[in-house]
Design a protein around this ligand. Structure first.
Ligand code: GDP
Length: 393
């Protein structure tokens, strides 16, 4: 499926940059246009692939290109004031060629946290194409203000987009790593999962032998209905020399390109589906109660089969309790892996969000206490005890 991607803030810009790299490397063709929006000039200059003319610096009169310093209310205000400048870059996108907009932002900071929901609201007013969000939650070690920003942005962003796909940095950070190298790995993980998901809808029926190719309308239908989504992933390396698939040769000698349906291929697929659903999700949650799901199996076509996908789909129906579980292939002949990607849409049992909100409320109370104390403290410092001194004016 073809997307117009807009990275808002530093994390958003870096992740969209990574999607462009992924597109170049794999030829998946999911990024039709890429735009970066920021209040910090240095962050825009640090990007590698987003074209210069698609990098929009907003809020220059307010913050002089220095960013909003994790103040997401200011981020939202600036986005509203300068929405015409953002629209200027979006005007250059051939919107009739895109299936949807994807706004990417870290929700703990200021620019993306405040600006992404503002842009979503604006785009939804103007275009009929779906507007999706990809929101990144901060690590719990980042501190109260980041948690508070994320909790407030999350509420607003979900309301303004057609679906909010969430990635939780907290479940993915690894101890002992520098923040930067940690983010590089995390961003690879984000792009791999969402790259396969959106890339699946970019294969045209008939391109490959696979018969049940995922179509972009299936991705759109799974995401429609709003709410919050999470993505699971698992993969296994396959032996492409032929000893592993038990029937590859027949494909070349048989003429009719029969679907290879070995028990091994089917079993591998069903176990990959389970691993993806029960392993680490981009936003950890209970999968039971998910409203809709989409299962994508990618890999060399001779290692994919209908039976495996059908079994995986049935299993997902049982586990989620949803009757709306779609599934299909994403044939990638040159790949050495069979991978399973599962999009769970409309999830509602997410302890991490409840915890985030709790910490955010505590941080909010704390900030208010400190502010009122600080007024008192300043007053008692500045005023003389007996009130004998008069200010100048
Ligand atoms: P902004 O520029 O004001 O929107 O703020 P940033 O995007 O710099 O940071 C917002 C949040 O995004 C941080 O609190 C981090 O949790 C997260 N973050 C920053 N950079 C990255 C990154 O490269 N990858 C990921 N996954 N998260 C990031």
């Amino acid at each position: 499926m073809k997307l117009a991607m807009i990275g808002f803030g530093q994390a958003g810009g870096k992740i969209v940059d990574k999607f462009l790299e992924y597109d170049d490397r794999t030829g998946s063709g999911i990024v039709r246009s890429a735009v970066a929006v920021n209040t910090a000039k240095a962050d825009l200059m640090g990007l590698d692939r987003i074209p210069q003319e698609n990098r929009v610096l907003i809020g220059q009169s307010r913050v002089k290109g220095h960013g909003v310093g994790a103040d997401n209310e200011l981020g939202a205000e600036i986005a509203e004031e300068d929405i015409d400048e953002v629209q200027g870059a979006i005007d250059a996108i051939p919107v009739h060629e895109v299936d949807a907009f994807l706004i990417v932002a870290g929700m703990g900071g200021g620019t993306g946290s405040g600006g992404a929901p503002v842009l979503a609201k604006h785009l939804k007013r103007i275009y009929t194409e779906p507007v999706y969000g990809l929101g990144v939650l901060p690590g719990s070690d980042e501190g109260g203000i980041y948690t508070l920003n994320a909790a407030r942005s999350f509420q607003t962003f979900v309301r303004e987009v057609d679906n909010l796909m969430v990635f939780d940095n907290d479940s993915w950070r690894q101890s002992g790593e520098s923040v930067e190298s940690g983010y590089a790995e995390i961003n690879d993980e984000i792009v791999r999962r969402f790259g396969i998901l959106f890339g699946a809808g970019e294969i045209n029926q008939g391109d490959e032998v696979a018969e049940s190719v995922v179509d972009s309308s299936e991705i759109i239908n799974t995401l429609s209905g709003g709410g919050v989504s999470t993505v699971g992933y698992a993969r296994e390396e396959v032996d492409k020399t032929g000893s592993d698939d038990g029937g590859l040769l027949s494909r070349f000698t048989g003429g009719d390109e029969p679907e290879i349906d070995t028990a091994h291929t089917t079993n591998r697929i069903t176990s990959l589906v389970r691993k993806a659903a029960l392993g680490r999700l981009t936003l950890p949650c209970e999968i039971e109660g998910s409203e809709r799901a989409l299962l994508v199996l990618s890999g060399p076509p001779q290692h994919l089969n209908r039976k495996g996908i059908e079994r995986g789909r049935k299993w997902l129906e049982e586990q989620t309790g949803s009757m709306e579980v779609r599934g299909g292939d994403y044939p990638v002949p040159e790949s050495n892996f069979v991978a399973s990607v599962i999009l769970l849409a409309g999830v509602s049992n997410v302890p991490r969000i409840k915890e985030l909100q709790q910490v955010a409320i505590e941080a909010q109370d704390n900030i208010e206490d400190i502010r009122s104390e600080s007024e008192e403290n300043l007053e008692s410092l500045v005023e003389d005890d007996e009130d004998e001194l008069e200010p100048l004016f």
